[in-house]
Write a protein that binds this ligand. Structure first.
Ligand SMILES: Nc1ncnc2c1ncn2[C@@H]1O[C@H](COP(=O)(O)OP(=O)(O)OP(=O)(O)O)[C@@H](O)[C@H]1O
Ligand SMILES: [Mg+2]
Length: 276
């Protein structure tokens, strides 16, 4: 997730025309045109959103298709999502996976980002939702046999004793009408340490906060402060590692990478105030 992506213009999930008869087996073949962001190919139903790496289509009232444009294998993240769900974590059910296609339980409701931007959810409550999801996730032990689809996959994080998401931010949290806050976009999920996961969330918020011209700079700063105050973990020891992971995020554009140093400084200074 990029700071630019942390904007309220993130499309909602419009309930357009549906195909209630569609099923996982009816999902068409993957797009032929990988790697072109926002160039959605034909899907099994209306396109809900086109993110950096994936298109999300409505299949029916109860299911969506998330499809990687690059052809990347969604198998490993589906496995982690199912594992987390089995541990009681709030994640949509992975109904079917086949290559880059992942059929998911459809959630209805705004993202936390949209709710914050609309003033429906307070910054304090938003921070609480983020810290709560982190602490629930980090109670899940690393699955012994799990491995990413390719050892060269970004992010190059290895080891750690718990499940981590590494992209937990308001744009990846859906406030489901039926289930409450649910975590989506498990592209970066793997095994790792809780500290690194929390540090990445902090850095993502900080990148928005230090973007002085940005519309959400002030709100992101308040959200970050509340988020750091609400977590029991001290992220300072892993900030450099988190910045390295962020700097190598293929979804980061040039201007955003330049904000990283300042973002690290902001998180460090807030932590110094909170923890020393
Ligand atoms: N199971 C779901 N039900 C309903 N909507 C969903 C579901 N999963 C994802 N979405 C919607 O699609 C959006 C994009 O999904 P996701 O973050 O997984 O894709 P992405 O390509 O990684 O996007 P980005 O680059 O913006 O992070 C989410 O913000 C959410 O609004
Ligand atoms: Mg996302």
């Amino acid at each position: 997730m990029t700071p630019a992506g942390l904007a309220p213009s993130d499309p909602a999930a419009p309930d357009a025309a549906r195909d209630p008869g569609a099923s996982a087996a009816a999902v068409p073949a993957p797009a032929e045109d990988p790697g072109t962001p926002h160039a959605a190919a034909e899907g099994p139903g209306p396109l809900l959103t086109a993110g950096f790496s994936a298109d999300v289509y409505a299949i029916s009232e109860t299911q969506v298709l998330r499809r990687y444009r690059s052809g990347r294998d969604a198998g490993p993240e589906a496995e982690l999502m199912r594992y987390a769900l089995a541990h009681g974590f709030p994640v949509p059910k992975a109904v079917h996976v086949g290559g880059p296609d992942l059929v998911l339980e459809r959630l209805h409701g705004p993202t936390l980002l949209q709710a914050l931007a609309a003033g429906v959810t307070s910054l304090h409550e938003g921070a609480h939702i983020m810290t709560d999801l982190h602490s629930k996730l980090h109670r899940i032990p690393a699955p012994p046999a799990w491995a990413p689809s390719s050892p060269t996959d970004w992010p190059h994080v290895s080891g750690g004793d718990v499940v981590v998401h590494l992209d937990l931010h308001p744009g990846n949290i859906v406030l489901s009408e039926a289930h409450g806050p649910m975590l989506v976009d498990w592209a970066n999920a793997r095994t790792g340490t809780a500290e690194l996961d929390v540090a990445l969330s902090a850095l993502i918020l900080a990148e928005v906060a230090v973007d002085a011209g940005g519309e959400y700079s002030e709100a992101a700063r308040v959200l970050l402060a509340a988020f750091l105050a609400g977590t029991h973990l001290d992220v300072r020891p892993v900030l450099a590692e988190a910045a390295h992971v962020r700097a190598n995020d293929p979804a980061l554009v040039a201007g955003e990478r330049e904000l990283l140093g300042e973002a690290v400084g902001l998180v460090r200074s807030m932590e110094n105030v909170t923890r020393d």
